[in-house]
Design a protein around this ligand. Structure first.
Ligand code: PLP
Length: 287
């Protein structure tokens, strides 16, 4: 047998190894991993990697798929089947397979486990070490690129889960200055105390919502005042109205922020009107 991978309890040919398309690691980056160096078919720094794996899983509240002892057996068996003496072994544990939704599956599903291994040419590694290597510097941007609609959604997953556990539907991210950036899967809006529509400008580290842009067009057509200006959590709490926009939520009135009522605690007239206008326009323009 050639190269083999371990996928959810089975050893399969590497070329055919696959996870389900709704594996949360694949769709939401809702997974953790470890890599061990391998010498003579044994795991280097085994305990350190197991400890970090346990910590990473614990931080994300993903159940350990098996004991360390059982995992060691599977890792070693993967090395044996791939005939690896010196090399590397990769383990990924994800929250599992569930219909796509940012919040954790409830009830929980079994974690996904994938293991792959590959040999390392120690002579080449020695030669490189003997010559030394260069580095380049890049701006620290992990993750300052929320404008890209990437599947690197783990922060959004954790935020949405926090919302769900608090009996809310959406979470709003707040930056260091106390300003709301956007929702975990939507853009955030208020009708401020002066009656102006406000949403954060796209110079900020947010997704450029397509629904947001359409709603801006409707606001202009309706002759309402709009300011692309960030708002604080306090401004949102004392706003006349708040709402979110997105392809999933369309226009959804927000009536509570951290438990505090917005306005009189009921969906406001502006959000309701914009929702009607948006839906009828979207029906007309859908292609
Ligand atoms: N912001 C985030 C983080 C999102 O995930 C989404 C949609 O999923 C949005 C904003 C709204 O974008 P759109 O209106 O294009 O759906």
């Amino acid at each position: 047998m050639g190269r083999v991978a371990y996928v959810n309890g089975r050893f399969v040919r590497h070329a055919e190894a696959a996870v389900h398309i709704e594996d949360r690691g694949y769709q939401l980056a809702d997974a953790v991993y470890e890599v061990w160096a391998v010498f003579g078919g044994r795991l280097a720094d085994a305990a350190g990697h197991f400890a970090r794996l346990k910590r990473s899983l614990g931080e994300l509240r993903i159940a350990a798929p098996m004991s360390d002892a059982a995992l060691t057996i599977v890792l070693r068996e993967t090395l044996r089947r791939n005939r690896i003496a010196d090399g590397m072994i990769y383990l990924q544990v994800g929250r599992g397979v569930a219909a796509r939704d940012h919040a954790f599956p409830n009830p929980p599903v079994s974690p996904s486990v994938v293991i792959t291994a590959r040999p390392v040419d120690l002579d080449a590694s020695e030669a490189r070490a003997a010559a030394g290597v260069g580095v380049v510097t890049v701006p620290e941007s992990r993750w300052g690129r929320c404008d890209i609609k990437t599947v690197g959604l783990l922060p959004n997953v954790l935020a949405k889960q926090a919302a769900r556990e608090a009996g809310a539907v959406e979470a709003w991210f707040v930056d260091d200055l106390g300003l709301v950036t956007e929702g975990a899967s939507s853009n955030a809006w208020i009708v401020d105390a002066e009656g102006r529509l406000r949403t954060r400008d796209i110079q900020a580290n947010i997704l450029r919502g397509v629904t947001r842009l359409s709603v801006m067009g409707l606001i202009a057509e309706s002759g309402l005042d709009l300011e692309e200006r960030a708002f604080t959590v306090d401004e949102a709490k004392s706003a006349r109205e708040a709402f979110v926009t997105g392809a999933g939520s369309l226009i959804l009135p927000v009536v509570r922020i951290d438990g505090a009522k917005v306005g009189d605690g009921a969906p406001g007239p502006v959000a309701k009107r914009l929702r009607e206008l948006y839906i009828s326009q979207a029906r007309r323009n859908a292609s």
